[in-house]
Write a protein that binds this ligand. Sequence first.
Ligand code: ACO
Length: 352
Amino acid sequence: MTRIDGSLAGVVVAQTQLALVDGEKGIALVRGYPLPDLAARCTYEEVAHLVLLGELPGPSSGSFLRGLGSLDPASSEAARTIGKILPRPEALASSMGLLDATTGGLGAQEQAAAALACVPALVAAVAGLAAPEVGWSYARRALAALGAHRTDPLATRALEVLLSLEAEHGLSASTFACRVAASSGARAGVSLGAAVATLTGHRHGGATAEARSLLLEAWSDGDAASFVERAQAQKRRLAGFGHRIYKVADPRIPPLRAAIEAMGGARLLPIALRLSEEVERRYGARGIHANIDLFGAVLLDALGVDPDQYVAAFALGLAPGWLAHWIEQGATGRLIRPDSLYEGPPPRAVPR
Ligand code: ACO
């Protein structure tokens, strides 16, 4: 009997050196290091170096780290044009392939590093904003690319923690999409485009903007307990809660919450904490807890980022992991091509 699960839940489809995510124990390791510790103690550049090159940077890593501060003016005009035609998250997905113009002729690892360096400029161009300054940290460039209202050091550090927590986290739907593209031999930029397109949906990265709406709704409602009770009675799906892998608390939340508290001024933090408690009480036994998108929404709201740009904020964080999976899948030389069970009409003749 053929066993079918179109969601691929629990199906192992790749061997990886990148991340171990144990959803029963609440553990996330990136190349062996606890992800929450990396986010709390390292810069985004250091985490990206680890994800892409295998180790935290050493004395000879200067060129990689400096390279991350570069720009890609060549693609800006085209990205701006695409940004005028399509809604922002879709425009970002469509313009990612422009990165390939910059990285042509390079080896896989150099292509990946060059593509990552260009992502903030591309995000800014799609949004019609000026390219971030060369030489700024990746997180500071990300703030500029997102049009954030807050750009002070604590705000920059808080965004850096969020980006680092997203930098690699196993086979999320977007990462798998990137691997599928990579398996066909697609170039780095267009493979990132496949990943961003997958990120836009409301079950994945699109949940962050929906989580902000939910938080605002619960805030104006005023009573978190009755809000969650009603949501449960209506069988409503709560954005920012639940996770395919984590059936216990998401270990990425404590370092992010600490960074948001250190930054201050996050108006949605109290209601996010109250909702988390209530959801824990009512859904915890079923393995449904707050996920990182809930607190991502709290942070991005506090930074004054337009909700249209929340998917871009996550793409800025996820890019090193996507690229590392692009390299890893490409190195296998195998096409991902699963099978399906046909259930349509029986064979029949064309009537003319
Ligand atoms: N709110 C209410 N109920 C939920 C939620 C939720 N957020 N998530 C799951 N459930 C319930 C479902 O209603 C279902 O109940 P049932 O068995 O009575 O029908 C049960 O839990 C299982 O639901 P599935 O969708 O099969 O669970 P899955 O593990 O596939 O869900 C998902 C993962 C898609 C993330 C889901 O939890 C969800 O839709 N969450 C809201 C969107 C969200 O926050 N996405 C971001 C995920 S994290 C990330 O992308 C970085």
